[in-house]
Design a protein around this ligand. Structure first.
Ligand code: NAP
Length: 433
């Protein structure tokens, strides 16, 4: 029997566990360790609450979780409750599937003023992440600036624009639902430091902005290259740019505006003890396609700034890390000495949920080749259980999670799939007996 520990139960972790099952059949036992008492990582805490069809992929992960040779070990923090060297002692392979839950910070003057929030915090707030439940972003202001031109910026702009009725069927948590329902925000500037051809927004997600009840996207066609140049883009990007161009034809007759501001690089945040304005420098593209400042600046009055400029994997002491890319140093998922990484911890925060599947399969195959089939000297589960018990760590099992899940469904708003528990203690309390 081979024993594998996967740290993190988000998409990367589950695809990898699925692939391990395929490679080893019944010859493997996988322990999936998560610091949260609930599984699914990004699916629960990252994917937007009004994108339930994307969240449905959790059903596939549930199948893996319910099989004999995979076990969910929730409420265990690696680094506090058990160390990497201890896990390497117990398992044939240890896979870091820890995602990229930390914000890259915008290093500009005033970037730490109250009212500047990172997307991990903001998304975590509306998705009920225990660490961000108390974020309390200022929504009693008239204008917000969203920095970045990726899909997360789109999520944030959309969530800030929606009416309560548009959250029907979503699982947005009660505290965010109620606060967003009373929001005074009427203008949202979405800033890209480069141009329309350089956006990192996918067509379906961008298209949604054209169909909001109370908000209309605004673009200035003067920012665009000649329409003929769109033919040079790859098909997906061309579709996104076509959506942007089409926004120019929409009547701006709704009370909220989502204004795309291209070639706009934030250089400072200013205000008396809180955000009052963003100072922006106009840019142009150099011959390599990078944004360079023109020296021309202007200000955007706003009371909230959400930075959506990417994420990073939290480093783990003793594990080699690439600071600039925000991920573990690895060669095709191999860190070395029995340690591997998958998903965003391996590649950095890029790609869709589906990108993690081939990624997980590749690493599982690599592990199969490295450790081989058959029996080894590693103890696996009983060793981990003994260690955690001796430290008084209370494990949450998948059965426990199913009870938490049922309790969340039972207390859902009408039409909503669940009302998430937000505090860890509430999650633990909902396990029942
Ligand atoms: P992203 O796609 O990498 O976009 C980051 C954006 O931030 C880029 O526009 C980038 O501009 C900009 N940026 C970076 N540093 C900056 C700085 N210092 N100042 C100003 N702008 C800066 O990242 P993301 O939006 O966080 O998304 C992460 C991943 O999750 C992506 O693969 C995304 O597609 C995926 N995702 C998918 C969905 C969905 O499918 N529904 C939803 C959310 C997220 P440059 O291009 O100039 O660097």
């Amino acid at each position: 029997m081979r024993h594998v520990a996967v740290i993190g139960s988000g998409p990367a972790g589950y695809y990898c566990a699925e692939a391990l099952q395929k490679n080893f059949g019944d010859g493997v036992r996988v322990d999936m360790i998560d610091r949260m008492p609930v599984p699914y990582g990004l699916i629960r805490f990252g994917v937007a609450p009004d994108h339930q069809s994307i969240k449905a992929v959790a059903k596939r992960y549930e199948k893996v979780a319910l099989s004999e040779n995979v076990r969910f070990v929730g409420n265990v923090l690696v680094g506090r409750d058990v160390s990497i060297p201890e896990l390497l002692e117990l398992y044939d392979a240890v896979i870091l599937a820890t995602g990229a839950p930390d914000d890259r910070t915008l290093e500009i003057p005033g970037g730490d003023l109250p009212g500047v929030v990172g997307s991990a915090a903001f998304v975590g707030w509306y998705n009920g992440h225990p660490e961000f439940a108390d974020l309390d972003p200022p929504l009693d202001v008239e204008a917000a600036a969203v920095i970045g031109n990726g899909n997360v910026a789109l999520d944030v702009a959309r969530i800030l624009s929606k009416t309560p009725a548009e959250f029907a069927g979503s699982d947005i948590v009660a505290h965010a639902f109620s606060k967003l329902g009373n929001s005074a925000i009427r203008r949202i500037d979405v800033l890209g430091r480069r141009g329309p051809h350089q956006i990192a927004m996918t067509p379906k997600e961008l298209g949604e902005l054209g169909h909001l009840e109370e908000a209309v996207p605004i673009v200035d066609l003067a920012d665009f290259p000649p329409a003929l140049d769109d033919a040079l883009l790859e098909p997906g990007q061309r579709k996104s740019v076509t959506h942007l161009r089409d926004f120019a034809g929409l009547a701006a007759d709704k009370p909220k505006r989502i204004v795309f501001d291209f070639f706009a690089k934030p250089v400072a945040v200013e205000g008396e003890g809180k955000v009052e304005r963003l100072i922006v420098e106009r840019t142009r593209l150099d011959e390599r396609g990078a944004a360079v400042g023109t020296g021309e600046t202007y200000e955007i009055p706003c009371g909230l700034v959400v930075t959506c400029i990417g994420y990073k994997t939290p480093p783990i002491p003793g594990v080699a890390y690439e600071e600039d890319r925000g991920r573990f140093a690895n060669a095709d998922g191999v860190i070395g000495g029995g340690l591997y990484c998958v998903g965003w911890a391996r590649r950095g925060p890029t790609g869709t949920i589906g990108t993690n599947r081939p990624d997980g399969y590749e690493v599982a195959e690599r592990i199969a080749a490295d450790v081989g089939q058959g029996g080894g000297r590693k103890e696996g589960r009983p060793g981990l259980d003994r260690l955690l018990e001796s430290r008084g760590v209370e494990i949450v099992t998948f059965r426990d999670w199913q009870r938490i899940e049922a309790a969340e469904a039972a207390r859902a708003r009408e039409g909503s799939p669940r009302e998430k528990f937000v505090a860890i203690a509430e999650m633990l309390g909902a396990r029942g007996g």
